[in-house]
Design a protein around this ligand. Sequence first.
Ligand code: C2E
Ligand code: CA
Ligand code: CA
Length: 714
Amino acid sequence: MSDRTPSDSRQESRFPLTSPEGLPVDAWRSSTPRRVLVIDDNPAIHSDFKKILVDSPLSAAASDRVADAAKKLFADALQPANKDRRRRSGPRFELAHASGGAEGVEIIRQATEQDQPYELVFVDMRMPPGIDGIETVRQIWEIDHRIQTCICTAYSDRAWGDVLDELGTSDRLLILKKPFDLIEIRQIAVALSEKWRLARRAEQHVDQLELLVRSRTADLQRAQVLDRLTNLPNRRTFQQRLSVAVQQSEQDPDYRFGLVFIDVDRFKLVNESVGEAAGDELLRIVGNRLGEAVRLTDVVGQNKSSGTLVDDDERRPSHTAARIGGDEFVVLLNDLTDDDDAEVVAQRLCDVLSEPYSVGDKPVAMTASLGVTSSVHGYGTAEDALRDADAAMRQVKMSGRGNVAVFSKQMREESRRRARVETDLRGAADRGELRVVYQPIVRAGDGTLAGFEALIRWQHPNDGLLSPAAFIDTAEESGLIGEIGGWMLDEAAGAFAGWLSRDGTGLAPIPATLPSKNDPSTLPVAININLSRRQLLEPDLVERVAEVQKRYNLGGGRLKLEVTESGVMENPDESVQRLRELRNTGVRVVMDDFGTGYSSLSCLHQFPLDCVKLDRSFIRQLGQRDDYAAVIEAIVTLTKAMKIDLVAEGVENLLQWDMLKDLGCDLLQGYLFGKPLDPDIARGLVMLPTGSQIIDGRLATADDFQKPAVSLAA
Ligand code: C2E
Ligand code: CA
Ligand code: CA
């Protein structure tokens, strides 16, 4: 290997260096002797060849000249083969001899079989009684078409034209007239064997290029059908397969398919916290789990339409798992037996995907939301089926994630409605379609006004007054909540500040020292404004809130922001930090809907809070189930110990008020004291003399307490 040129070693890094015949390249490239066969019936000729090619090689200089000539003749484009070696000595030859055509052909055959090809053959034209030179060459070429051939003819032999007629024009054929000069023989032998070797190299080069092209083409083809990250089919491939399934379901009433749409929950957050590379790794694991689960899924027992026994492999349906977007995956379940099968499989996939992950040494908890649809809905296109599975997945996202939902017609309606809402909601604030209503919050002890919760309404041009349930989720999903929330903050804070000025000429002076929390009657009237989970993450939230607070002079606890526990839990570290910053500006933080979702008492210690709002569901059960009273009492004890306020929501009757008062709740909110009120009415409540009791959105009268409690229920 010592005489390889640098370009050789470059090639080696990409390709194994073997010749087309499978020989190591050096076997025919470098210092190995050049294999020459002489076929002649005259023994004297053989000894001449031996003398000139084997026994007395020419001087190195003469040999160089010959090799250079050969190079010029045949190999301008190719690298000089063996520069170094050539300088040392002329090429060596290995001679074989045959005294007749048939014997020569046999030698070539064996050599070819043993992968020891001859490079050059000298053939005498006339070798009676055997076959002549032309026939010999023809047979040799049948065995090895690459061999260089020199036919030696005497004067009386056949003409050049005849030879060409018989064998065809070829660059592997040279005709040499006898008697010949021995030097000439040497030159021819060097030149033609060199030509043979250069041709081999060129051939190898082409083979290598072909290999390269083939592998690149395969790469490209793979990229066209497979997802680079997970090696699962990509969107395009999946759509094709789904289209086939859709078509088949249209033609064959017995054929059913299922489609599962999978979205990894909160992947963006996970990705940000573990880093992009680990995020990719997680997606790969998700892909693997899906691919594996689908491979092992055999939801059909036997192909129903054929009804015949088929072997196992044939029976196994070809389900397809694919990645069709960043953290979106899909699974096509082919040839289902039962309409419910898809849901069963989806549930299994959901379980598989919620098992713990680990990237590096780090454990990562992750779940996915899965939407399911099937051919039951009679799809005409793959897009329709995908859209519905996606809609079902979205349903899961909205109701808490990490679960499975099966598509229904109502969902289609719902997703259309959402799309409409999103369009209409854009710019609603600027067009003056949004309103704020204010629900009183009273002190549990005496029913006097402690504040309001501002609640949004949308005066839709066609659909009338809409409650937040009809559009807040869409606003959240579409990001419109930023605009709406900003409007709400300004509107509610501004209106409330206006009422506090009482005579409308300016804000009431706020006491220099805050009233003591233990004396409820001195608590300032406050405005509660809801913050959505998305608003909580807005980078300029704190700045905005501080600005509003300053503009309307709402320091000292007059502005309270309500956040939900699930909203905070979505991104606990950042949210907690944000809540701290908010409190530092002087606003109060209220935990809304406490007791729903993941709720845990321990979260009260973890979050920076001023107040907890007990969810309506607790109050509804109060008086019906004893254990609820016990739970509320525990929460009261805890919040008292932590010195945070407790508001009970959804108080609808006097009985509930009584019980909550006895249990030790500080503040109450509910229809009993007032439904969400128009600004003018709310303002009227602020104007009432200190100590006024509020019932049903107005000043309470003695009558209100005479009536039986139930009749006061909303
Ligand atoms: P929430 O913050 O829990 O607000 C309380 C909801 O309970 C209000 O519904 C209110 O009208 C209702 N409610 C109050 N007392 C009673 C009662 O005694 N009985 C019954 N059955 N219901 C009562 P609303 O106004 O429809 O608001 C629904 C939800 O919409 C709110 O729940 C809040 O999560 C959200 N929301 C409202 N306004 C805004 C806003 O400006 N921004 C954000 N991000 N969300 C808002
Ligand atoms: Ca609220
Ligand atoms: Ca609430």
